[in-house]
Design a protein around this ligand. Structure first.
Ligand SMILES: *[C@@H]1O[C@H](CO)[C@@H](O)[C@H](O)[C@H]1NC(C)=O
Ligand SMILES: *[C@@H]1O[C@H](CO)[C@@H](O)[C@H](O)[C@H]1NC(C)=O
Ligand SMILES: *[C@@H]1O[C@H](CO)[C@@H](O)[C@H](O)[C@H]1NC(C)=O
Ligand SMILES: *[C@@H]1O[C@H](CO)[C@@H](O)[C@H](O)[C@H]1NC(C)=O
Ligand SMILES: *[C@@H]1O[C@H](CO)[C@@H](O)[C@H](O)[C@H]1NC(C)=O
Ligand SMILES: *[C@@H]1O[C@H](CO)[C@@H](O)[C@H](O)[C@H]1NC(C)=O
Ligand SMILES: *[C@@H]1O[C@H](CO)[C@@H](O)[C@H](O)[C@H]1NC(C)=O
Ligand SMILES: *[C@@H]1O[C@H](CO)[C@@H](O)[C@H](O)[C@H]1NC(C)=O
Ligand SMILES: *[C@@H]1O[C@H](CO)[C@@H](O)[C@H](O)[C@H]1NC(C)=O
Ligand SMILES: *[C@@H]1O[C@H](CO)[C@@H](O)[C@H](O)[C@H]1NC(C)=O
Ligand SMILES: *[C@@H]1O[C@H](CO)[C@@H](O)[C@H](O)[C@H]1NC(C)=O
Ligand SMILES: CC(=O)N[C@H]1CO[C@H](CO)[C@@H](O)[C@@H]1O
Length: 663
């Protein structure tokens, strides 16, 4: 049914005379016929011509760029449905986890007529490649009431996802959020239940080898390579002047791992999430991915780089630099000076879902470059890369090319790319704000609490520490940015101590709340309370290297996920000394809401805040080397399943990336 609806809309938007439209529709119908074998479906093929953007008639209201002085009408309308839908799952969660002396059911019922009084929850998944994706997946599974046993008892957090309004991902965290939303809001459990028969998250073959054969992906490695080259060439050759970059190859490769559709769904767009049943009916949170602008002539990304968000309706930024949004569905159109001219057609299909995920994770373009050094890679792909590299400087290997720039001629005074037809975006973590907090601290969104899952690789070995654990660097970066008057605009943030304090006080080894006092923040505005959930070892050494570990057999994959589950739930309240954890999560959720409704803080919550809120203590001396202990019994993983990338490739990628960041 979904497919025939879609076919009708393609015909409508292309005009029934379009042969492209007809061919596409036939192909879609063929796909629909063969899709009976798929266990779960994905959404949705809306591009007129696969990966290549194509012309369509403009809608009657011509698409235009808007000022970022409010939420979009689409988002506001959607929120009017979403906020009420979060109430019952929130009630279920809060009554189950039971805050002593507080009647959560009554509190919710007393306020359900005015949901602005009730908690508004956001979840943020940091970058950090597959490590971040998988550790984040464990947390996501713990929050999801569809995970078996996640709603069994007071020591489980299932339902928090269903009670949330926003969910943001960046780089590897964006692969997680993207996989869930590009595949019809499937669940982590549903994906891993497919085991070896699954079509996504089969990470045993690295992205350089391509997907395993069989299932929905019928390609062998040679066909995989030529598919990458063909689809990117289609985009480069399409009418409209679309420049391609390494990110296009990376995007297409990622799609084979994360989009459950033939050939990684070259026609599946990020804006098509709008029409997904779960999203459309506001049964799922609002997904946002983050990238950064690299302005013309800018070499190194700094904290004042513009943060660009991609949500199902729009791309753009609330930052005072760009301060505008474009309708995502129509990017690729000529928006010069803010509106598609009357005599020009609109473009669709530029916002490919893999391309959005690839943009957010563009540092990993370095992996694609390894094809050049791989004697097994075909000449086809090597010569394609050579021609791309010829047109980019070495320092621009990590860009995603958004030509035509939707914001050309828009906000000339402050928009760094106003003068150019080319907008270049890079990995959302390059400014060190590796947790995608920017969209969630926007005052227009009124978020009360953010569950911030940090899988950053901060700790380094010159001090003989274990590597690749977080140490608060990401929160420090957002704290600094929101303290800078020239870029904060109206955002505020809690006070955050330095990284030495994080390590000395163990704030990177167990959950901590920041910003418990909403009256003491960096800016004059409001900020959500931050529930910081740092990656740490509960049942698995989940600090695997970002670039040197590019393949995981399913046993390792699942161990990473299980560890992430325990990070979020503190092993279902079984970590010694933290048996109150889920109750305290409940207190974090209701904290801002209690303040809004002038309700006394329950004694049980006061105890939680005394225990989990950072109280302003600093310990800035150089910490001892960081070697966290495994909290529980380590799980055994199978090794040697699947083909592995030689480690030397990962090491080469890591070296290239650090060169790029330090230049
Ligand atoms: C997507 O999921 C929803 C609810 O989970 C379901 O009703 C719908 O049929 C699914 N769509 C596809 C195409 O599988
Ligand atoms: C809902 O609650 C908010 C915040 O307490 C208040 O500002 C607003 O006036 C209330 N709206 C209605 C319709 O009661
Ligand atoms: C769920 O809990 C039951 C009872 O404790 C247990 O038997 C079952 O294995 C659990 N299922 C999963 C998927 O963990
Ligand atoms: C951002 O910061 C850098 C270094 O401090 C500075 O050179 C640049 O002009 C700043 N850009 C903006 C838009 O403020
Ligand atoms: C885009 O539109 C502007 C007028 O708004 C026009 O000057 C320009 O030539 C157009 N660019 C292209 C590539 O068509
Ligand atoms: C912005 O600059 C362009 C030239 O780069 C100019 O054509 C346009 O009129 C300017 N827009 C405004 C609103 O000043
Ligand atoms: C924290 O991480 C940063 C970024 O990697 C690193 O430079 C710093 O040395 C680390 N500090 C500690 C105490 O781990
Ligand atoms: C409650 O809100 C007021 C006004 O924003 C603020 O001054 C006060 O510190 C808040 N209390 C807590 C515990 O956040
Ligand atoms: C917590 O519960 C989940 C789901 O039942 C389970 O997979 C996990 O192993 C449990 N963690 C611990 C430490 O018992
Ligand atoms: C603040 O926290 C530190 C440890 O993190 C603790 O030693 C100290 O007693 C606390 N101070 C207060 C006033 O609670
Ligand atoms: C605000 O919080 C910071 C960090 O905890 C603390 O140093 C400062 O004294 C607080 N200011 C007020 C007015 O409470
Ligand atoms: C509250 C605030 O400072 N808003 C500013 C954000 O940036 C835009 C664009 O520079 C300004 O117009 C707003 O006033």
């Amino acid at each position: 049914m979904k497919y025939s609806l879609f076919a009708a809309s393609v015909l409508a938007s292309l005009g029934s005379a379009s042969s492209v439209g007809r061919r596409e529709v036939e192909q879609i119908e063929a796909n629909a016929a063969s899709s009976a074998v798929e266990v779960y479906k994905r959404a949705t093929n809306q591009a007129p011509n696969g990966y290549a953007p194509g012309e369509v008639d403009c809608p009657s209201t011509r698409p235009s760029i808007r000022k970022a002085d409010a939420l979009s009408k689409s988002e506001s309308d959607w929120l009017n449905t979403r906020r009420p839908k979060t109430v019952d799952p929130m009630r279920e969660l809060l009554t189950r986890i039971n805050i002593d002396g507080f009647d959560a059911g009554k509190y919710i019922d007393d306020n359900r007529d005015n949901t602005t009084n009730l908690p508004n929850i956001g979840i943020a998944f940091s970058g950090g490649g597959y490590r971040a994706m998988l550790n984040g997946a464990g947390a996501l599974a713990a929050f999801d009431n569809r995970t078996p046993n996640a709603t069994n008892s007071a020591s489980q957090l299932g339902g928090l996802l269903q009670a949330s309004t926003y969910i943001a991902g960046l780089s590897g965290g964006g692969w997680l959020v993207g996989s869930i939303y590009m595949n019809n809001f499937t669940s982590v459990q549903n994906i891993i239940d497919q085991n070896e028969d699954g079509d996504i998250w089969q990470l045993g073959n690295s992205i350089l080898e391509g997907p395993k054969e069989g299932g929905i992906q019928i390609l062998n490695s040679a066909q995989y390579y030529s598919n990458l080259v063909d689809t990117v060439t289609d985009k480069a050759d399409a009418a409209g002047g679309f420049d391609t970059s390494l990110t296009d190859y990376w995007a297409r490769a990622l799609s084979f791992q994360f989009v459950n559709a033939s050939d990684g769904g070259p026609g599946y767009t990020w804006s098509s999430i709008q029409d997904d049943p779960d999203f459309k009916n506001a049964d799922a949170p609002f997904p946002i991915l983050i990238a950064l602008e690299r302005a013309p002539g800018q070499a190194v990304i700094s904290l004042n780089s513009t943060n660009i968000e991609f949500n199902p309706f729009e791309m753009g930024s609330f930052d005072p630099t760009l301060y505008g949004f474009a309708p995502l569905k129509y990017i690729g159109s000529n928006f010069t000076n803010g509106e598609v001219p009357e005599n020009q057609k609109c473009i669709r299909g530029f916002d490919n879902g893999g391309f959005v995920m690839g943009t957010s994770s563009s540092l990993f373009n370095q992996i694609i470059l390894q094809f050049n050094d791989d004697s097994g890679a075909p000449d086809l792909i090597k010569s394609a890369l050579k021609s791309i590299l010829g047109s980019l400087g070495d320092n621009d290997n990590d860009i995603a090319d958004y030509t035509p720039n939707p914001f050309q001629g828009y906000n000339n005074r402050t928009n760094p790319s106003a003068d150019t037809n080319r907008l270049t975006l890079v990995d959302g973590g390059e400014d060190l704000q590796n947790i995608p907090l920017n969209p969630l601290i926007q005052p227009h969104r009124d978020v009360d609490v953010i569950f911030a899952i940090d899988s950053s690789a901060d700790t380094v070995d010159p001090t003989d520490s274990a590597q690749n654990w977080p140490n608060g660097t990401s929160l420090v970066a957002t704290y600094e940015r929101t303290s800078n008057a020239s870029i904060q605009n109206s955002t505020a943030f809690p006070y955050i101590p330095d990284q030495n304090t994080f390590v000395n006080l163990g704030l990177n080894n167990r959950p901590t709340f920041f910003g418990c006092d909403s009256g003491n923040l960096t800016g004059r505005g409001v900020s959500p309370l931050i529930v910081y959930l740092p990656n740490s070892p509960y049942v698995f050494l989940s600090n695997v290297s970002t670039f040197a570990k590019l393949s995981f057999n399913n046993s390792e994959r699942d161990a990473m996920i299980q560890n992430g589950y325990d990070v979020a739930t503190m092993g279902n309240n079984t970590r010694s000394g933290y048996e109150d954890w889920t109750t305290c999560v409940g207190c974090a959720i209701i904290s801002r809401s209690l303040n809004r409704t002038n309700t006394d803080v329950p004694q049980a919550c006061q105890q939680c805040f005394d225990k989990y809120c950072w109280n302003g203590t600093r310990a800035e001396n150089t910490p001892a080397p960081y070697w966290p202990d495994m909290v529980f019994q380590e799980v055994n993983v199978k090794s040697g399943v699947g083909k592995f990338l030689p480690n030397v490739v990962g090491v080469a990628v890591a070296a290239a990336v650090s060169g790029l960041l330090m230049m």
